[in-house]
Design a protein around this ligand. Structure first.
Ligand SMILES: [Zn+2]
Length: 350
């Protein structure tokens, strides 16, 4: 899922996203709640209509941004009180409020509010966050069901989020508790926050081994291009990451020959394509020398073209993984990380 923080994947039009073949994007509840406000988006027909995006949208709960962006956070069992990073105004985000905002936005998939903690975390802290995350998931689900009973069938799905830091038994316990709540899909949260890739894989494997295969399993906030196939092999169906778009804006481009920094002087006279193996419209048309010039000149077009290529590279990687699954050749993509537990990659239906 490309990340469209403020109802916009930075640098790209919705037409360009459609051309890239993006079937779903992620939008950030925290940002849209503060600006322009979820009630305004509801009045304007919901997020799809507001941003003219006919394909799927997943909204996060807002929790992660509250933890990473806002000031004066105060956690309690009720929710998290914070001050807006925009104007300092005070807000209270509860599991019910996060559900209410996402219902107003009208995304296709809403995430429950969970408690994000730093990793590595002491066990007691991870246990407390796990308990609170389950309590909040229960409250979010109740709010959702009450809303549905008042307003008829909902078009939105609500996903639970497995926590438990880097403790395998806590991860399993969190998954077990959430399974009792019976969500239509599940996410694995609180990973890829600085721990080694093998640990991320190990924790994801613990969880995917328990979650039903016929419901989407979403690993939040990953990853680097070379890691995507590892996660799919562990049973992950959905991922999101700001890396392709953020790196693009800093001139860092992912290619079949590895990551390159387009600002480097060695590209000044390089008339070759950015990535000879990429079929995106940037690689078909523009040279490395031109892309380097645009970046060095701080042209808006540099951000646009770099983002088109990086997202294309990510989406192509996933298309190749899907193709390999259809051919039954999962193993040809695996880098090996996280697969040292003699666990066969789960078979997935195309
Ligand atoms: Zn390209």
């Amino acid at each position: 899922m490309p990340v469209g923080t403020q109802a916009s994947v930075k640098g790209l039009t919705q037409e360009a996203l459609e051309q890239l073949g993006a079937g779903i994007i992620l939008a950030n509840t925290y940002h849209l709640y503060l600006r322009p406000g979820h009630e305004l988006v509801r009045k304007l027909g919901g997020l799809h209509q507001f941003m003219s995006w006919p394909r799927a949208i997943l909204t996060d709960s807002g929790g992660y941004q509250v933890f990473s962006l806002s000031a004066l956070r105060k956690m309690s069992d009720e929710g998290v009180r914070f001050r807006s990073h925009l104007d300092g105004s005070e807000h209270l985000l509860t599991p019910e409020k996060a559900a209410e905002i996402q219902l107003a936005l009208g995304s296709d998939i809403a995430m429950v509010l969970d408690e994000c903690i730093e990793t590595p975390a002491p066990r007691e802290k991870a246990e407390a966050a796990l308990k609170r995350t389950t309590d909040w998931a229960r409250r979010a689900k109740s709010y959702f069901q009450e809303f549905a009973s008042r307003n008829g069938d909902l078009k939105q799905w609500q996903f639970g989020i497995v926590q438990g830091a880097t403790f395998a038994d806590l991860r399993r316990e969190s998954a077990r508790q959430l399974l009792e709540l019976d969500f239509p899909g599940y996410a694995v949260g609180g990973l890829a926050v600085g721990e080694p890739h093998a640990i991320t894989c190990e924790m994801a494997a613990e969880v995917t081994a328990m979650l039903p295969k016929h419901r989407p399993r979403y690993l939040m906030g990953v990853g680097r291009p070379e890691q995507l196939a590892d996660y799919v092999a562990l049973g992950i169906d959905m991922m999101d990451c700001v890396l392709p778009t953020r790196a693009a804006r800093h001139g860092l481009l992912f290619t079949s020959e590895g990551k390159i920094s387009i600002k480097q002087a060695r590209f000044i006279t390089d008339q070759g394509p950015l990535d000879p193996k990429c079929g995106c419209r940037v690689c078909r048309r523009y040279s490395r020398a031109y892309l380097r010039h645009l970046y060095a000149s701080n042209e808006v077009l540099a951000q646009v073209l770099n983002t088109v290529h990086n997202l294309s590279f990510y989406l192509d990687t996933i298309r190749r993984v899907r193709h390999s699954i259809r051919l039954g050749e999962e193993s040809c993509f695996l880098s090996g990380a996280g697969l040292d537990r003699n666990r066969r990659p789960p078979r997935m239906q195309p």
